[in-house]
Write a protein that binds this ligand. Structure first.
Ligand code: AP5
Length: 216
């Protein structure tokens, strides 16, 4: 089985949704830089205040801050069993730093999963996304409704719309994705690690395809 995995794809491609399924099924540690920043924002820490000033506009948090955060998290003992990076790396500097970190902890990246999705669908997904305030589970007002409106099926927490899930911020997020993150696909292709999947198939079908690939 492949361990130490990177999940890539534009905002709204389904990285977080897939990561939560894979984490349970394959017993991997899920490391989402977006979730880490949102937790810091909720706790109103110094990191949270800094991160919010970038995230709410759709901009990327500076590399030195993000790299430091991931380096610290990857060095923790639970990552020895295997990890799933969701939303990192997003820039060439982050990819190069990750390469160094992975070497230093002797846990090389074994697969990079890229989720393909067209822009029209990304806008539809992001504009309809609702997230549980307590456990972070993602929903969609049309395609992934909770059993009770506004309430998380998993923990009963309230659902809310992320501050950066608006048209203006999404435009900026997509621009950053195209100019800074998408070029990393070539970086990982050259290393023979990249495998792309069509995320337009439903959530369960995508999970089956990706988990079968990772189990090989
Ligand atoms: P982050 O939280 O990583 O956001 P993102 O990459 O923009 O991705 P999203 O969380 O918006 O989407 P997703 O692909 O996880 O989709 P989801 O599964 O929710 O980062 C947020 C911000 O933090 C960044 O903009 C940046 O400012 C900062 N940041 C984070 N990492 C950073 C880094 N490394 N460097 C610098 N800054 C960083 O699904 C979306 C919707 O679609 C949901 O409604 C879901 O129900 C639905 N859906 C999902 N899968 C499917 C499917 N297969 N079929 C149908 N519907 C689906």
């Amino acid at each position: 089985m492949k361990k130490n995995i990177i999940l890539m794809g534009p905002p709204g491609a389904g990285k977080g949704t897939l990561a939560k399924q894979l984490k349970e099924a394959l017993n991997l540690v899920h490391i989402s830089t977006g979730d880490m920043f949102r937790e810091a924002i909720k706790a109103q820490t110094e990191l949270g205040v800094l991160a919010a000033s970038y995230i709410n506009k759709g901009d990327l948090v500076p590399d030195d801050v993000t790299i430091g955060l991931v380096k610290e998290r990857l060095s923790q003992k639970d990552c020895e069993a295997g990890f799933l990076l969701d939303g990192f790396p997003r820039t060439l500097a982050q990819a190069e730093a990750l390469d160094e970190i992975a070497k230093s902890i002797s846990r090389p990246i074994e697969a990079v999963i890229n989720l393909d999705c067209d822009n029209e669908e990304l806008v539809r997904r992001i504009s309809g996304r609702r997230v549980c305030k307590d456990c972070g589970a993602p929903y969609h007002v049309v395609t992934m409704k909770p059993k009770v409106e506004g309430v998380c099926d998993l923990c009963g927490g309230p659902l809310f719309q992320r501050k950066d899930d608006n048209e203006e911020a999404l435009k900026v997020r997509l621009e950053h994705y195209v100019s800074e993150t998408k070029p990393l696909l070539d970086f990982y292709k050259k290393l023979g690690l990249l495998e792309s999947f069509n995320s337009l198939v439903g959530k369960e079908e995508l999970f089956d395809e990706v988990s079968s690939y990772l189990k090989k």
